[in-house]
Design a protein around this ligand. Sequence first.
Ligand code: COA
Ligand code: MG
Length: 289
Amino acid sequence: MTAPIRPYRSVLYIPGSKERALEKAAGLACDAIIFDLEDAVAAEAKVEARALLAKTLASTDYGQRAKIVRVNGADTEWGADDLATICPTKPDAVLLPKVETAAQVAAVKAELDAAGASETQVWAMMETPRGILAAQEIAAAPGMGGFVMGTNDLAKDLGTRFRADREPLLSSLQLCLLAARAHGIVAIDGVYNAFKDDEGLREECEQGRDMGFDGKTLIHPAQLDVANEAFAPSGSEIDLARRQIAAFEEAEANGQGVAVVDGRIVENLHVATARATLAKADAIAAMAG
Ligand code: COA
Ligand code: MG
């Protein structure tokens, strides 16, 4: 299965308790927003944040940005009320923290259906060792739409230290990508904590893009431009895609199954990638419009 076309280059977390940031987000250049009721909101602010978020979602136009709400886990005192309040607002997705089984997804899917929100997808934070090891069954769960890598929680549970190359996390990232691609769902990379370090962010975005992630979760508006650029097809990639398609069509017209562009072979599968690149560029252009 191929990756979904809707752009998810930049997926910005906003604490559900921060009214100013909730307002500001309607004008920010992000492809998606994660409205957070979980770890970005202090325990004593949870109930108020839930009400503020429900009100804001009902009254604010976030345009084409995907609206994703991260609720508290079902094992907390807030989880059930979060779902009861958020499901009827019909966001694009409800994001569950620390998912470890397909049954957790099924329970929320049932609740969405009961609230008349069957179009709303369930997304999963992939951030515990058990969750990563169950990535395949979670990705396959009915209603599942996307994985978000929770690299901070995962690093904590694994006992890793921060490394710029993320070598200690690569197996987990790749397992989740494999599962996501096997089941045709979105895969978003984890956050880069040092939000004033553009260069470090750029390198991590490039790494995530090279691996195949659709985009990166972000914590501050200053990170948007870097992610938007890194996860969009570049001018030279678009140019190459066009030339590959043209060369292959010409080869086909001449009864050949293979073309050569810039000294490299172009077969049917490369043309599929080239078409996906152009479709993604079009989808990004449509977001800006
Ligand atoms: N989304 C939308 N707007 C945001 C934002 C966000 N995540 N983070 C900051 N802003 C806004 C602020 O409201 C401020 O707007 P204003 O100048 O118009 O009032 C502006 O951007 C500049 O903010 P700044 O002063 O640089 O940041 P800060 O010191 O107030 O906050 C953080 C820094 C990291 C605490 C804050 O960015 C944040 O809470 N990020 C999200 C954290 C999160 O959700 N974590 C959970 C997942 S890991
Ligand atoms: Mg987490």
